[in-house]
Design a protein around this ligand. Structure first.
Ligand code: ZN
Length: 455
């Protein structure tokens, strides 16, 4: 088993005591962290294995790999469209384009999206794919293949829409599926891809899209299917005022009351956005242990509103960060979301609303909790999986910031010296290691062009 020692770096562990070291070491053996502490690595860890690689990490900060709790990878191919629209306008403009998606386009878009996400420090990401055109081929399989190529830990969710325009929903009928088709395809995805083991690189989730694109019957049956298999549940909720109006008119209640009535709150559920919540809804999420994927850039880009992240945390809600799809959040930098989370929380709730360390915690431990993986990832501790981001902070933009966490969270985007996933390098010196970036870029550009102007 190979050994890698990161030596001389600052470390933010996110362990139970929130230990930090100004200069310390991390020993990685195989796919796990075997030692971590202040000062240089002990002599025996250097000499036990003749193939040990020692990396002089002076000038760098090691953090747990960042964990992304909301994304739509396919949207890389429609980035920048409808740039000044509301959510409902934006969706209505994009549904007909997404109706032309196929596996080749999705694989090119997903590889680019995952590569860029890794370049921003992400070691584990979910994906919420909910557009399955009839002649599109195996689009979910394409995302799983893309994640294996790039090398990130992957939680794809089988999304769905069964409430088309004809039945009072938002999407055109051409992009919705029947309930039977969705449940059969979800079962199939579980059988093909789901790995429940502690070291798993692929775990499936079940994710009907939103109250205005999915029937209550599908929500209920999808939850039953997921719970039979011990899978997690995900959906968009309380993103915009328009959605709140839709729920009040159609169901006579708020979005949280609606999903509560369908059995969709609990420790195995996480909700994307959760912006428009009153105190009662927040208390209910806290009492049920329902998680939230906080996506500050996307909420700003679509003018959806400001998530009450401070109140959610005070209520004990597990909160992670999400970049959301590239079509509503073009930068899709997970490190960028850490910075946005601080700035948005403070802009809305004052200077004490969120600390820089709390924001980093959302992107690491918080995300691990939301995805149900806090026993394996989210902190740097002996025995945990070696998902580690090593940020270079000795260059010009950070040269005068004494606290490395402040430099990382509030400073200019930091270069990534090394990103390890499951002990394997995925990024080195700001370049993807396992795929050729120029080829990924060219394929994504071709896919986006093809989707915009079909033959
Ligand atoms: Zn979304």
């Amino acid at each position: 088993m190979s050994t890698l020692i990161l030596d001389g770096c600052a470390i933010v562990s996110m362990d139970s005591g929130r230990s930090e070291h100004a200069s310390g070491h991390i020993v990685v053996t195989g796919n796990r962290i075997t030692a971590i502490g202040p000062g240089a690595a002990p002599r025996q860890s250097r000499t036990a294995d003749p193939d040990t690689r020692v990396l002089d990490a002076g000038g760098c900060l090691a953090t747990p790999g960042l964990i992304n709790t909301h994304h739509h990878l396919y949207q890389w191919a429609t980035m920048g469209a409808a740039a000044d629209s509301t959510l409902f306008e934006w969706l209505t403009a994009l549904y007909p384009v997404w109706a032309r998606l196929d596996a080749e386009t999705v694989q090119a878009a997903a590889t680019a999206a995952l590569g860029w996400l890794a370049r921003s420090g992400c070691t584990t990401t979910m994906d919420h794919h909910y557009v399955f055109p009839r002649s599109g081929g195996d689009v979910l399989g394409a995302t799983v293949a893309a994640a294996a190529d790039v090398g990130v830990r992957f939680h794809p969710t089988r999304g769905s829409m069964d409430l088309g325009k004809r039945s009072g929903g938002l999407p055109p009928d051409s992009v919705v599926e029947s309930r039977d088709e969705i449940l059969t395809a979800t079962q199939d995805a579980i059988e093909r891809f789901h790995d429940p083991s502690p070291e798993s690189m692929v775990r499936i989730g079940v994710a009907p899209c939103s109250p205005f694109t999915v029937t209550g019957e599908l929500m209920t049956e999808a939850a039953e299917l997921a719970r039979r298999h011990g899978l997690r549940l995900h959906t968009h909720l309380a993103e915009t005022a328009d959605e709140e109006d839709f729920c009040r008119q159609r169901f006579g209640c708020t979005p949280v009351e609606y999903v509560d009535s369908l059995g969709w709150l609990g420790e195995d559920v996480w909700l994307a956005h959760a912006v428009h919540l009153d105190d009662r809804a927040i208390a209910r999420l806290g009492a049920t242990g329902t998680g939230v994927a906080h996506c500050p850039s996307s909420n700003g880009r679509l003018g959806a509103g400001v998530c009450r992240s401070r109140a959610l945390l005070e209520a004990g809600v597990p909160v992670g960060l999400g970049v959301d799809g590239a079509a509503s959040s073009e930068a899709t930098s997970l490190l960028g979301e850490v910075r946005m989370a601080v700035l948005v929380a403070r802009a809305a709730g004052g200077p004490k609303a969120m600390s820089v360390r709390q924001a980093l915690e959302l992107a690491t431990l918080g995300g691990a909790r939301v995805l149900g993986r806090e026993a394996e990832i989210g902190s740097l501790e002996p025995g945990k999986l070696a998902d580690i981001a090593l940020w270079r902070l000795d260059g010009l933009p950070h040269s005068a910031i004494a606290d490395p966490v402040v430099a990382l969270v509030l400073g200019a985007p930091a270069p990534l010296e090394l990103l390890l996933v499951n002990g394997e390098p995925v990024v080195e010196q700001d370049r993807l290691v396992r795929v050729a970036e120029d080829q990924v870029t060219a394929a994504a550009r071709r896919a986006a062009t093809r989707l915009r102007s079909p033959a």
